[in-house]
Design a protein around this ligand. Structure first.
Ligand code: B12
Length: 210
């Protein structure tokens, strides 16, 4: 099995302790951090989702796999994020109310930070009022993540609350997460959608004119 395949399998098996030396070894062998991220880690989480759908995995297995993914991400983070750039704008990011998935959101936050945006990360299960407070405090982009079809409507609720607070004109709204689509983003009145972290950076730059 190739080292990348081993990394992927270790995440699927949820072996956080074993994944760390494997990622370090891959880096030492010159494998690009981005390749480890996509072919090792993200691909593993897709497989975990498939196993869950098929009833082979349950919540505890998903959780353990997520822990292994995070351990690996912690090693990659400094390599994926370049430093020392002047902030391009202030982005408030969070996973919407009712939703506890944070890996994709954190990855997007990390890449946006690397591209030079200042990030206010509100974490998971974020109520509309908290996004609104951040806009009041100077955030000019609101980035929302949702991984559940049942929590996606909370993106719409948040946009409506921002509108009701009279702040819609002050913030560019970006949405994403596995079940979210360009069409859904349009339907709820978001300004932008991206399917992954690198396109999130491209869209954020484009919409902020940076
Ligand atoms: C890990 C995981 C969990 C972990 C989360 C741990 C954590 N700390 O995040 C735990 C175990 C807690 C969990 C719980 C649940 N989960 Co879950 N989970 C997953 C799993 C396997 C992986 C998600 C992940 O991390 N992917 C990797 C990241 C990198 O990808 P991503 O999140 O999609 O993010 C990328 C893009 O979407 C995008 N993006 C993400 N956010 C944003 C934001 C913006 C602004 C932009 C521009 C882009 C963007 O960029 C990211 C990077 O490329 C998915 C399966 C899947 N394939 O998605 C199921 C999945 C999302 N879970 C699911 C379910 C059902 C649940 C539970 C309801 C299970 C239960 N019965 O309790 C609970 C809900 C808990 C809650 N209230 O939130 C279903 C959702 C089904 C649906 N249609 O709604 C899925 C799809 C599994 C499945 N195939 O059935 N889960």
């Amino acid at each position: 099995m190739s080292l990348l395949a081993e990394i992927r399998q270790t995440v699927i098996d949820g072996q956080a302790k074993q994944v760390v030396p494997k990622v370090e070894q891959a880096l030492a062998e010159g494998v690009a951090p981005d390749t480890i991220l996509h072919e090792g880690l993200i691909s593993a989480m897709q497989e975990v989702g498939r196993l869950f759908e098929e009833g082979e995995y349950f919540v505890p297995e998903m959780l353990i796999a997520a822990r292994a993914m995070k351990a690996a991400l912690a090693i990659l983070q400094p390599l994926l994020v370049d430093q020392g750039v002047e902030p391009l704008g202030r982005i408030v990011i969070g996973t919407v109310k009712g939703d506890l998935h944070d890996i994709g959101k954190s990855l997007v936050a990390m890449m946006l930070e690397g591209a030079g945006f200042e990030i206010v990360d509100l974490g998971v299960d974020v109520a509309p009022e908290r996004f609104i407070d951040a806009v009041r405090n100077g955030a000019n982009v609101v980035a929302m993540s949702a991984l559940l079809t049942t929590t996606m409507p909370n993106m719409k609720t948040t946009i409506e609350a921002i509108e009701a607070a009279g702040l819609r004109g002050q913030a560019i709204i970006l949405v994403g997460g596995a079940p979210v689509t360009q069409a859904y983003a349009k339907e709820i009145g978001a300004d932008g959608y991206a399917a992954d972290a690198s396109s999130a950076v491209r869209i954020a730059r484009q919409l902020t004119g940076k």
